[in-house]
Design a protein around this ligand. Structure first.
Ligand SMILES: [Zn+2]
Length: 258
């Protein structure tokens, strides 16, 4: 399985910046989990192949690229882009984004080949298929309705937390998963901003350490994601100080093959 966290910004030489402003993971160049930087950072191959986008939540850093991605592909699509999301996320998107004021309601529009966008709602706890992948949505503890996922093909399995504060359910479900190879877990803010992390429902390195005590899959590689760009250096340093084996930072733009 191939996984890439798409870059959010590029430096003056066009190289991907290591800062993560937006959230968009691409699996096997054909399924996107969240769509933060999808429109601006997907490769030509990814643009050609991605027709399924699975959303963890409706916060802007997770959906910013969705309207523009569909817009860019609009006339050439010969099948609709399918957005997989919780029913309440679909409702939010239709009400607040695809409402003709912020952007066109693509779910009502057609090109010469037919519909350009459809929704495929899923429920928490239920397994569903997207292309060659199986996904299971797991409720996490964020300020808005949010899920993480356990994602598998027939060879490998990884989990992604999306944005979350302390949670028991996520860890319980992960502990029950056999053969989990990798975990992508958020750590948005530095220890000094523990208060803000609590209010915004995010983790700091100190809270992450406590959370990882609940995680029993010691053979699993753990990658930190969703570090707020302003605090990146600080959070990376504090993560290093935790001295937890198997814990590393997921590099923006890098292709991981498991
Ligand atoms: Zn969020």
């Amino acid at each position: 399985m191939k996984l890439q966290l798409l870059p959010s910004t590029f430096d003056e030489n066009g190289m991907a910046s290591p800062r993560q402003h937006l959230s968009c993971f691409v699996v096997d160049d054909c399924v996107a989990i969240d769509a933060g930087s999808l429109a601006t950072a997907a490769s030509a191959t990814q643009k050609k192949q991605i027709r399924d986008i699975v959303l963890t939540q409706a916060h802007l850093d997770h959906i910013a690229g969705l309207p523009l991605f569909i817009d860019d592909l609009f006339s050439g699509l010969n099948a609709p882009i399918c957005v997989h999301a919780l029913p309440e996320i679909v409702e939010t998107l239709e009400r607040d984004i695809f409402n003709w004021e912020i952007y066109p309601r693509f779910s009502e529009l057609e090109n010469a080949n037919g519909a350009v966008m459809t929704y495929q709602p899923f429920s928490v706890g239920e397994e569903f298929s997207v292309k060659h992948l199986r996904l299971k949505a797991v409720r996490v503890n964020h300020k808005v309705s949010t899920v993480g996922f356990v994602v598998s093909d027939n060879r490998m399995k990884f989990a992604v937390s999306s944005d979350t504060a302390e949670t028991d359910e996520f860890w319980q479900i992960l502990n029950a998963e056999a053969n989990l190879s990798a975990l992508l877990v958020e750590c948005a803010l530095p220890n000094e901003l523990g208060e803000l992390a609590r209010a915004a429902h995010h983790l700091t390195p100190r809270i992450l350490k406590k959370e990882l005590e609940k995680f029993k899959r010691k053979e699993c590689s753990i990658y930190v994601v969703n570090i707020k760009p302003t605090y990146c250096d600080e959070v990376v340093r504090q993560i290093g100080e935790l001295e937890i084996e198997n814990l590393q930072i997921l590099e923006v733009g890098q292709i991981y093959e498991w």
